[in-house]
Design a binder for this molecule. Structure first.
Ligand SMILES: Cc1cc2nc3c(=O)[nH]c(=O)nc-3n(C[C@H](O)[C@H](O)[C@H](O)COP(=O)(O)OP(=O)(O)OC[C@H]3O[C@@H](n4cnc5c(N)ncnc54)[C@H](O)[C@@H]3O)c2cc1C
Length: 495
């Protein structure tokens, strides 16, 4: 049988899967997205300064290298155009169903029923969630002491109609988004407050445009692009020990971050406020070009106390300071660990993913969950890579899923579910690999579930993930429904 496939999400992951399915001769697939176009993260987020922190020649598909990247780390509009062009080039248009939000997915014993926010239903043999890791913005818990008369927005929904020229702006947060946004806001605003709960380690991002000569070489010598990309990949892989607590690499990068801070921030008191007290690498690393410099400008204040409340025209921080502001921009991140939190996924015997994952999300190779047949994920639990390109990881996953479907087609199977034992063995490995990582050290990060388990991060190199996914092993799966599967799963993963 050639299964019909419903893909939820038209970001880089969903598009890659669509392209690979098409290449493998699967015609019956639909890619749903609640947005009005493709590109995922790079369509949704449009805040000033948004750019990638992985070099563009690596943050792009291996099968569609782009000679025309304008700079080392491209900005959002260029990345969005790239993914839009890929969707067009590989003729995914007829397979797209945009402005369609999926709110529920239910396995009825033979097919998956997808329900949209408008109440429509679609049936598929196989469903793949490609909704990404950063789709649920988190707003800070602010007490509204008085209705705020200014603008409050999350960076994930930037309101371009708000003119920041001459405005007083508070930017909440210290992650990658804040590091990109603050310099841009500081260029036009009269006053900027960088409101920080805890400062972050900042690594340099020496961005520049590619020269005309470099671009000529990329355009006319196709092998040059491949070699360049491979070198970038190797360099990222060589930094993998940055995820190991106490490694030489961690120390080396920490020293670089301290030097960068020292040279960018001459004022000692400010430098002290910007020196993190958590272990290097525990939070997502931030690469920035001009963030620290922006924080030293006379009209920019670093406020070392988290936001607590809103009043009519001001923001109040935990230490009682009242900041008069027109705009509060929340660069406060996403509920990344809450995988599929916005979709009701119901598998065999009425089991829900939400219930299964009450102690933190897990999935075999980040893609398959026992008790949820014919269901896969892209960018699922424990697949966020620490030192390489997410696109590389997404391609590895999309290839794996297509291999699984090709196996089903070849063997005329209509049912596939990962074995509970395979799942348990994989989880034990992940937990063992995770044990020595920086992510488990003392800090708050978005990688953990409520019980402290790191559920987002892949604790090894991208190459190791590729090696584990390059073959589809039928022995890891069952191709007939089994009774009591779900009960077995619960006992194996209850730890
Ligand atoms: C601001 C920001 C900056 C980032 N910068 C970097 C970076 O510099 N380097 C890096 O490696 N990664 C970065 N990332 C991570 C980035 O998300 C991934 O690199 C990549 O976009 C993941 O692709 P994806 O297709 O898995 O998910 P996404 O790009 O998140 O796409 C998911 C798609 O699913 C859709 N969707 C979600 N829920 C539903 C639903 N219920 N129904 C229908 N459609 C739905 C969304 O609308 C979206 O289009 C960044 C993320 C954010 C938010």
């Amino acid at each position: 049988m050639s299964p019909s496939v419903g893909i939820i999400g038209a970001g880089p992951g969903g598009l890659a899967l669509g392209i690979f399915l098409r290449k493998a001769g699967f015609r019956d697939f639909t890619i749903f997205d609640r947005e009005d176009g493709v590109g995922g993260t790079w369509r949704i987020n449009t805040y000033p300064g948004l750019a990638c922190d992985v070099k563009s020649h690596l943050y792009s598909y291996s099968f569609d290298l782009n000679a025309d990247w304008s700079r080392l780390w491209s900005a959002q509009p260029e990345i969005l155009k790239y993914f839009e062009r890929c969707a067009q080039r590989y003729e995914l248009g007829p397979n797209l169903m945009l402005r369609t939000e999926i709110v529920a997915a239910r396995w009825d014993g033979e097919t998956w029923r997808l329900k949209t926010a408008d109440g429509e239903q679609y049936a598929f043999d196989v469903v793949v969630s490609a909704i990404g890791l950063f789709t649920q913005p988190v707003l800070p818990d602010l007490i509204v002491e008085e209705p705020f008369s200014g603008t409050l927005m999350h960076t994930a929904r930037w309101d371009h109609s708000v003119d920041l020229t001459g405005a007083r702006v508070a930017v909440l947060g210290t992650g990658s988004t804040a590091a990109q946004l603050v310099p841009e806001v500081a260029r036009v605003a009269a006053k900027v407050y960088s409101v920080q709960r805890s400062p972050t380690w900042i690594l340099p991002k020496p961005d520049r445009e590619y020269t005309r000569r470099e671009r000529w070489v990329f355009r006319h010598i196709p092998l040059a692009k491949k070699i360049y990309r491979f070198r970038l990949w190797l360099r990222s892989e060589s930094n993998i020990s940055v995820i190991e607590n106490g490694s030489d690499k961690t120390q080396e990068f920490r020293d670089i971050a301290l030097k960068v801070l020292e040279s960018a921030v001459p004022d000692e008191a400010l430098r002290r406020r910007l020196t993190p007290d958590h272990p290097f690498g525990c939070k997502r690393l931030v690469f920035a070009t001009d963030y620290l410099e922006a924080l030293t400008q006379p009209h920019v204040d670093v406020v070392a106390s988290p936001a607590r409340a809103l009043r009519k025209r001001s923001l109040v921080t935990a230490d009682g300071t009242e900041l008069d502001v027109d705009v509060v921009a929340c660069a406060t991140g996403y509920a990344a660990a809450d995988y599929l939190g916005q979709i009701d996924v119901v598998g065999e015997d009425g089991t829900t993913l939400r219930e299964e994952w009450r102690d933190g999300a897990y999935a075999y190779l980040g893609m398959a969950v026992p008790g949820f047949p014919n269901f896969f994920m892209l960018y699922g639990p424990n697949t966020n890579v620490g030192s390489n390109s997410v696109i590389f990881m997404l391609e590895a996953q999309a290839h794996y899923i297509v291999r699984a479907l090709k196996y089903m087609r070849r063997r005329n199977k209509s049912y596939i579910v990962v074995r509970p034992r395979t799942m348990a063995e994989f989880l034990a490995k992940v937990d063992a690999w995770m044990a020595g990582t920086v992510w488990l050290t003392r800090c708050s990060n978005y990688f953990r579930a409520a019980n402290g388990r790191v559920v987002t991060q892949w604790p090894r190199s991208a190459g190791a993930f590729w090696a584990m996914t390059r073959r589809f092993r039928p022995a890891d799966y069952m191709f007939e429904p089994q009774r009591a599967t779900v009960a077995a799963v619960r006992t194996t993963v209850d730890r």
